[in-house]
Design a protein around this ligand. Structure first.
Ligand SMILES: NC(=O)NCCC[C@H](N)C(=O)O
Length: 417
């Protein structure tokens, strides 16, 4: 069994990370589709790519091996001969209406010889004017009513513009993976990419899954923080339902792969439901052994629960922790004194503005050494003063998707601390 996954913390020296360079999917964003596709503005692709290339280069300079998601998927499909199966599933989840349209898109996708180019196209989406669609057969009501009902759109298949936020469709925990069922229909298609990597890729196949994309409840990787080998923090948020955490705990403690799972304690943080706070990592990330960045807006309002394995088959114990966040984190991490560093330096206006552009969303490449967005200058000054080593990522265009360095990365391997 091949499985090159190993993540036991948020801050251990980063060895391998999975990214996606934003591609033509961003050229298929139009103002009318922004809200549905979970964007707030249309990034300028050329600049977004240059910023992303810089992010990758900065990571490589730190000795991190950068893996590209689309390449991994292509390698997985080629290695296992599973491109046909993938295509069928991608088509089934593409929102295409009618047999004829589906057959025409299938023919077009099959004609792309190179598997990497095919995966890029699956992510980019398809415009109506890209293929010769057969005249509508009028054989189904949905074809007759068509776009008028769904709102005008010139897209035949939606793009997956959020793919560069590799943090969310799956999350590596220990030596296994939460393969998520995501909150939105549009983003849930990204989990298909993960399904084939962790099933078919020569280096990452047969990964034990702690969560499955066909689960009933939704959860996303931005809510998952690896505190240590045995402790997981997870947000109850707009994107992760409490019921998904119940299911995850059940799988980790009692599921088919439970003997491979090292997690014994799951801390569930109930954060306010809003677009600005969509995931736990938009308000809270670990940056050093004893330090976290935090959006001050959530302090004092947090309800926290601890889930542990019960004594009888299938039992999960749940206790509510009534203590300060610092004390709860001290207990979770085993560190004597935890320091919470406020985004925006405590100024509510700077905090709200910089949190909107992911001031609390940092990626650690080692304890105390973190990637941050350049634009969050107030928060970055505070972090410098606290002694952190900052790797500054240009962010004028990347930030328009509402995700920061942590959102744009999924660690596959970290050294233990
Ligand atoms: N972990 C994260 O906070 N990811 C950012 C995701 C942004 C994306 N536009 C979304 O709404 O899902």
């Amino acid at each position: 069994m091949a499985n090159g996954l190993y993540v036991h913390s948020e801050i251990g020296p980063l060895k391998k990370v999975c990214l996606h360079r934003p591609g033509e999917e961003l050229l298929n964003l139009t103002p009318d589709d922004l809200e549905r596709l979970l964007f707030d503005d249309i990034p300028f692709l050329e600049v977004a790519q240059a910023e992303h290339d810089k992010f990758a280069e900065l990571l490589r300079e730190q000795g991190v091996e950068v893996l590209y998601l689309e390449k991994l998927v292509a390698e997985a499909l080629d290695a296992a001969g599973s491109r046909e199966e993938f295509t069928q599933q991608w088509l089934a989840e593409s929102g295409l209406k009618g047999k004829e349209a589906r057959a025409a898109v299938k023919e077009y996708m099959d004609s792309i010889e190179d598997t990497k180019a095919f995966v890029d196209k699956c992510i980019a989406g398809l415009r109506e004017n890209e293929i010769d669609l057969p005249v509508r057969s009028s054989s189904t009501l949905s074809e007759l009513v068509g776009a008028d009902q769904d709102g005008e759109t010139d897209l035949l298949v939606d793009p997956m513009p959020n793919t560069y936020f590799t943090r969310d469709p799956f999350a590596v925990v220990g030596r296994g993976v939460n393969l998520n069922h995501m909150f939105s229909v549009t983003r849930n298609r990204e989990t298909l990419l993960g399904k084939y990597i962790f099933r078919d890729h020569p280096e990452y196949k047969d990964a034990p899954l702690w969560y499955r994309r066909d689960s009933a409840f939704h959860t996303e990787g931005g809510d998952v923080l690896n505190i240590n080998a045995h402790t997981l923090a997870i947000g109850i948020s707009q994107r992760t339902q409490a019921a998904a955490i119940d299911a995850l705990a059940q799988n980790m403690f009692w599921g088919d792969n439970a003997e491979k799972c090292e997690i014994t304690d799951i801390y569930a943080f109930n954060i306010p439901v809003s677009r600005a706070f969509m995931h736990l990592d938009t308000v809270f990330t670990q940056i050093d052994v004893d330090k976290f960045t935090i959006h001050p807006g959530i302090m004092g309002t947090l309800q926290v629960f601890r889930l542990t394995k019960g004594a009888t088959e299938g039992e999960v114990k749940i206790e509510e922790l009534n203590d300060t966040l610092e004390h709860i984190l001290e207990k979770a991490t085993g560190v004597d004194a935890i320091k919470l560093i406020k985004c925006g330096g405590g100024d509510p206006v700077a905090a709200a503005r910089e949190q909107w552009n992911d001031g609390s969303n940092t990626l650690a490449v080692a304890p105390g050494k973190i990637c941050v967005y350049q634009r969050n200058s107030v928060t970055n000054d505070v972090l410098y003063k606290e002694g952190l080593d900052l790797i500054v990522v240009p962010s004028a265009e990347l930030s328009r998707g509402r995700g920061g360095p942590r959102c744009m990365s999924m660690p596959f391997e970290r050294e233990d601390i």
